[in-house]
Design a protein around this ligand. Sequence first.
Ligand code: FES
Length: 141
Amino acid sequence: MAQRADFKNITVFYGGRTSRDIMYRAELEKLRGSVDVHLSIDKAEEGWTGYCGFVPAAVMDKDPVPDNAVAITCGPPIMIKFVIQNLNKLGFKDEQIYTTIENKMKCGLGKCGRCNVGKDYVCVKGPVYSWAELKYLPEEY
Ligand code: FES
């Protein structure tokens, strides 16, 4: 937020199973006005006025424009998979999409080999990758 003026539109999609699962809800609500915040829960609850459904569907409904944009996604692997599929459907190129590999790590220094995917040590090269990079790693993550 300290560099907010350096960026044009920022959209945040954040989902939880229930409204009680949404962390930093007060902080996210405070961002409204300078950031387009979309909170969602999986199933309707009494009193919830936000989106009901999964994050990948919320992304499709909002239909973000890929021109001069970057998408960053993290969370459960199954959610990441479908968010990326939907971003591709919306016209985002693989180079515009970033995500994380959350492999178990031990040394964090590229020495033990605990975190490797193919020849990459995730603790050294990642854990953040573009989707374009990840597509060429073996599907071990
Ligand atoms: S955690 Fe040891 S090599 Fe990555």
